[in-house]
Design a protein around this ligand. Structure first.
Ligand SMILES: Cc1cc2nc3c(=O)[nH]c(=O)nc-3n(C[C@H](O)[C@H](O)[C@H](O)COP(=O)(O)O)c2cc1C
Length: 184
């Protein structure tokens, strides 16, 4: 698939299964993050790769965070929270990493890390790999942030779930340029 096709046709895949992308495919997804637009070339990002047993450790962290928020969480809900990272064979966590800069606010550094995440979504799609960007309460939870080892100048931008697409492909999006683009 060429780049324009991937950009025009990309959709997320909420249901993912094994097998995981191969190492060369994963490397090419990761490499695509690093060409994101980046004001001042600050490289305001880093990424954690969660796979195999680490997904259970992440699930335990999600559960710990949720139990701190609500110790009354039902057993059924606890199990569903703990299993969330098992929804895909690999999860990439995008972390924005802020540097103090007189002209480049933290917001722009977050935008670059988001652009890097979008690049990875498109790179996955172009290779036939299913992907979905998720956040949810866990992305902003202090127990999770500390448990993943983020520094004070870091923030979770998203969890990028990657794997084999499970189920039928999503229908193509309808695009109406005039709805979003007007001459000024
Ligand atoms: C910052 C961000 C956070 C998101 N968080 C979630 C999420 O937690 N759960 C979810 O189902 N979709 C989430 N989404 C939306 C999906 O990634 C996806 O874009 C959406 O379902 C639309 O599907 P599409 O990408 O195929 O158009 C998020 C998207 C962004 C950009």
């Amino acid at each position: 698939m060429n780049a324009i096709e991937a950009l025009h046709m990309r959709t997320s895949a909420p249901r993912l299964c094994e097998p995981a992308p191969t190492r060369p495919m994963l490397d090419s997804i990761c490499r695509s993050a690093l060409s994101a637009a980046d004001h001042g070339l600050l490289k305001p990002w880093r990424f954690l790769i969660i796979k195999g047993e680490s997904r259970n450790r992440l699930g335990d962290l999600f559960l710990e965070a949720s139990m701190r928020l609500d110790p009354q969480t039902s057993k059924e809900k606890q199990e569903s929270i703990r299993k969330k990272p098992l929804r895909a064979p690999i999860i990439l966590i995008t972390i924005s990493k802020h540097s103090a800069h007189p002209k480049i606010p933290e917001f722009e550094q977050d935008l670059s890390a988001a652009a890097a995440t979008q690049n990875m979504l498109t790179a996955a799609f172009a290779q036939g790999i299913g992907a979905i960007w998720r956040t949810g309460a866990m992305a902003y939870n202090k127990t999770v942030i500390d448990g993943l080892g983020l520094a004070k100048n870091e923030k979770i931008i998203g969890f990028l779930y990657l794997g084999t697409i499970d189920g039928p492909p999503k229908p193509l999006k309808q695009t109406d340029l005039d709805e979003f683009f007007q001459e000024w």
